[in-house]
Every structure is written in structure tokens, then in C-alpha cells.
Design a protein around this ligand. Structure first.
Ligand SMILES: Cc1ncc(COP(=O)(O)O)c(C=O)c1O
Length: 429
């Protein structure tokens, strides 16, 4: 009798295993790191980073996150269809014409300019009383450059933040959240002296408009910024961005103490802290991606596996794949595995990636085709055997970082690039 398959749940040619237990434990690690006072908003955009939003929400929900972050209204609607009741923040700018859909689904849209504020104000005016004020977020641009209200005088702010000790530290200590009340003078900061800091800059020109609008039937639910380099070895620019954010929150004036304030992605969450933020927005770490140098690795949460379709013994001088880029140096055993770039296995792994077969590393030979990848095997590999291209096989592992680096990309792209052809199979370790 053949030995039972270690993967009895599927006879598919290729699939993705999503480990909900590992995702839940990665969320718990974030919780332990930031402490109970900081709200967690897991990013579940792009179908839960390509893993199936229904699976990642099922994994995260027992950890009771404050809410979820998505990139579009349609993604927010998908969460509502799944029965998610928590706040859902659309963390990309929402075009004014789409705002009614966001509001109808009780999503929290992000705005980055005064045109969107006007559109929102008009919508709020049309909402019949006694409807509660419409919630929205603003993004402020501290350096990412792709969205967000600009800070008024970046030269002044930059000078202030360079000389300020308010920059985040890599201590990993949880962000503290003093109530962001009325504007504080620089002298209120612990180490500030009038000679050390230039005078408080005036608030940016758009801020009074936001304040005026929110006195009527709009509710400023959150203010956030996004870090561009929190996963880099050098944290100087990320610290500067956080300092700009903190500076704005402290000096703008009129921010309600209940406002959600957030700047950190996974790397920012685990490597930095803000003096004003009261929430974090981790993504990739929850799904098994590193949060950058010096951080504890997350648990592996995703395994990409495929079955061997054919095994061939070839003599020396045989070639394989488009372009015939691999030529056997002597007799070799090749296994054709049913997965290719059409499944989202990056073509750039051709000739330099790895699979795991029977707990051992096996090299990807030649170019990856749309449906097939050939690996060099030895010994007793047979059709139907499973080869793992991401994740663990027994004691061996291909981490998201290793695969991404070999493919010359980032873990986010590896996961979100997994195509619809691969079924996502939920498992719990
Ligand atoms: C606005 C925003 N916040 C948070 C994240 C989460 O980032 P990461 O997956 O690196 O933790 C992203 C991801 O791209 C994002 O766009």
C-alpha cells in the first residue's frame, strides 16, 4: 500500500495553504509588542494580500482587531458582505464620485484634498437628520508623496524635527498616546527650549477647512500618514516622517482626543514608535513577511505547493525549457511540476529559485513556463509527489524573504501575485 499523502486534503495540481493559526499568532505578537492601549488595524487589502480575504479575516477576527484597512470601496464592500462589523478604513484616496458608495456601506473614506472635502461636505448636508456625522480620515503627506494633504512648510517642519528629540526610537517601546488637545507650544515639549526650536509653524492652509467642516455633520475619524522606508537598515527618514506627523498632531490644534492617529506599517510597528499615534496598520508581518532588519521573524503562514507531473532521466547535454538555458552536465533526473508563472510563481526564479521535495532543496532548472516548472531531483521522486515553492516542508523552509530576494522583488508582490488558478486552502497549525 502506498504511504498516505502528507497532503491528503487535495489532489490538485497546485495550491496555496493559508495557515490561519499562524496569522492569528502573528497578530498576537503585534499586540504583545504595542501593548493593549494601541489599536490594531490589520491591512487586508488586495484580497487579504492575495491569500483570500475570507481566510485572513477568519484568522484575524479572534484577535479582535479594532478595524481593518483596505485600498478600495469594493474591498470594503467585500468585508461588509463577509459580515465584518468593525470600522473599515479605505486607506487610499477615494475619488469624490465614489464617496456615496463608501458612505452607504459605512466605510471610512480617506481624503487628501479640499475638493474631496467639499464633496463630502455636500453629501453630509444631504444626509437627513438625525443621521450620525459621516466619518472620514485624512492622510497627511510626510514624505511618501503619493497622496495626503501636504504639510504647510516642510522646510520649517524639517528644521524643527531635526532638532527635536521627538523622533521615534527603534526601542520597540509601545507608542504612547497623550491626548492631542489644543496646540502646544514648543516649550511644552520635555526637552524643548526657545533657542533649540524655531517657533511653532502656522497650521497648513487646509487644516482650518477640515476643522470648520467637522463642526457640522462630518466626523474626523482618523488622521494618518504612511512611511516609505521603515524596513530599510537606515531608519533616519522613517524617524523624520514620524516626527513630522507627531509635530503636526501636537501643533495643529483642535484635534479631538478620540481621533484615531496612525502611521506605522509592519516595519514601523515593530521597529519604531510615535509619540502621538494610538493605532498601527500592520500588513505583511501578519502573513509571514519580515518587518525588517533586527525584528523577530513572524511565523510562516503561507505555503505554495504543487505536484510532480512527470519524472525523466536525461543524459548529459540535454536542455530544458524556453531558451534552453539549462543543459545537463551529465545524467540528471528532472521532475516537471504543475505550477508556472501563470500561477504566480515568478518567472525570475528560473535558474535561480528552489523547491523543497521530500524535505530537501531542489533547484529550479531553466526558465519557468506558464504551467510547468522543472526541478532537478535525485532518488525516488515520483509523479504525484509534492514540491513546495514557498513555506515549509518538514524541517526545511523557503521563507517569503528568500523567495522574494531570489525573484528580485518583495514579499508583498510574491503573495499578491499568486494567481486565481491556485485554490487557497485554509489550514490551522
Ligand atoms: C496605507 C498603508 N498602510 C499600511 C500598509 C501595510 O504595510 P506592510 O504590509 O508593509 O505592513 C500598507 C501596505 O502597502 C499601506 O498601503
Amino acid at each position: 500500500m502506498p504511504a498516505p499523502s502528507p497532503h491528503p486534503h487535495t489532489r490538485r495540481r497546485a495550491w496555496v495553504e493559508v495557515d490561519t493559526g499562524a496569522i492569528g499568532r502573528n497578530l498576537a505578537r503585534v499586540r504583545d509588542h504595542v501593548g493593549p492601549g494601541v489599536k490594531i488595524i490589520p491591512m487586508v487589502k488586495c484580497g487579504g494580500y492575495g491569500l483570500g480575504v475570507e481566510h485572513v479575516v477568519a484568522a484575524l477576527a479572534p484577535g479582535r482587531p479594532f478595524g481593518y484597512g483596505v485600498a478600495s470601496i469594493d474591498e470594503g464592500l467585500e468585508l461588509r458582505d463577509l459580515g465584518v462589523r468593525e470600522p473599515v478604513m479605505v486607506c487610499c484616496p477615494v475619488p469624490p464620485a465614489d464617496l456615496p458608495r463608501a458612505i452607504a456601506a459605512h466605510l471610512i473614506p480617506t481624503i487628501s484634498d479640499l475638493d474631496a472635502l467639499s464633496a463630502l461636505t455636500r453629501l453630509a448636508a444631504e444626509t437627513p437628520p438625525p443621521a450620525p456625522p459621516l466619518p472620514f480620515q485624512i492622510e497627511i503627506d510626510t514624505g511618501m508623496g503619493r497622496a495626503g494633504f501636504p504639510l504647510a512648510d516642510s522646510a520649517t517642519i524639517s528644521a524643527r524635527t531635526t532638532s527635536s528629540t521627538s523622533a521615534a526610537t527603534p526601542s520597540g517601546s509601545p507608542p504612547t498616546a497623550p491626548p492631542p488637545g489644543p496646540a502646544q507650544t514648543p516649550a511644552a515639549a520635555p526637552t524643548a527650549t526657545p533657542s533649540a526650536l524655531p517657533p511653532t509653524p502656522p497650521p497648513p492652509h487646509w487644516w482650518p477647512h477640515i476643522r470648520r467642516a467637522t463642526t457640522r455633520n462630518l466626523h474626523l475619524f482618523g488622521i494618518f500618514t504612511h512611511l516609505h522606508s521603515a524596513d530599510e537598515p537606515d531608519l533616519t527618514s522613517a524617524r523624520r516622517q514620524i516626527a513630522r506627523f507627531d509635530d503636526f498632531i501636537r501643533t495643529a490644534g483642535g484635534i479631538d482626543p478620540g481621533t484615531l492617529l496612525h502611521c506605522a506599517n509592519s516595519a514601523g510597528t515593530l521597529r519604531l514608535s510615535s509619540q502621538t499615534a494610538n493605532a498601527v496598520r500592520p500588513g505583511i508581518y501578519l502573513y509571514g513577511g519580515s518587518a525588517g532588519p533586527g525584528t523577530e521573524p513572524p511565523e510562516t503562514a503561507v505555503h505554495v505547493r504543487a505536484r510532480v507531473a512527470l519524472v525523466r532521466d536525461v543524459p548529459g547535454g540535454a536542455t530544458v525549457g524556453y531558451g534552453a538555458t539549462h543543459r545537463s552536465k551529465g545524467p540528471e533526473r528532472w521532475a516537471a511540476v504543475g505550477i508556472g508563472y501563470g500561477d504566480g510563481l515568478p518567472r525570475t526564479l528560473g535558474g535561480r529559485g528552489w523547491g523543497l521535495a521530500g524535505g530537501r532543496r531542489v533547484p529550479v532548472l531553466g526558465r519557468i513556463s506558464m504551467d510547468t516548472t522543472v526541478v532537478g531531483v535525485s532518488g525516488d521522486t515520483s509523479p504525484g509527489d509534492v514540491v513546495t515553492f514557498l513555506g515549509r516542508d518538514g524541517e526545511t523552509e523557503l521563507t517569503l524573504e528568500e523567495v522574494a530576494e531570489l525573484a528580485d522583488t518583495i514579499g508583498h508582490e510574491i503573495l499578491t501575485g499568486l494567481s486565481r488558478r491556485l485554490p487557497r486552502i485554509r489550514m490551522e497549525s
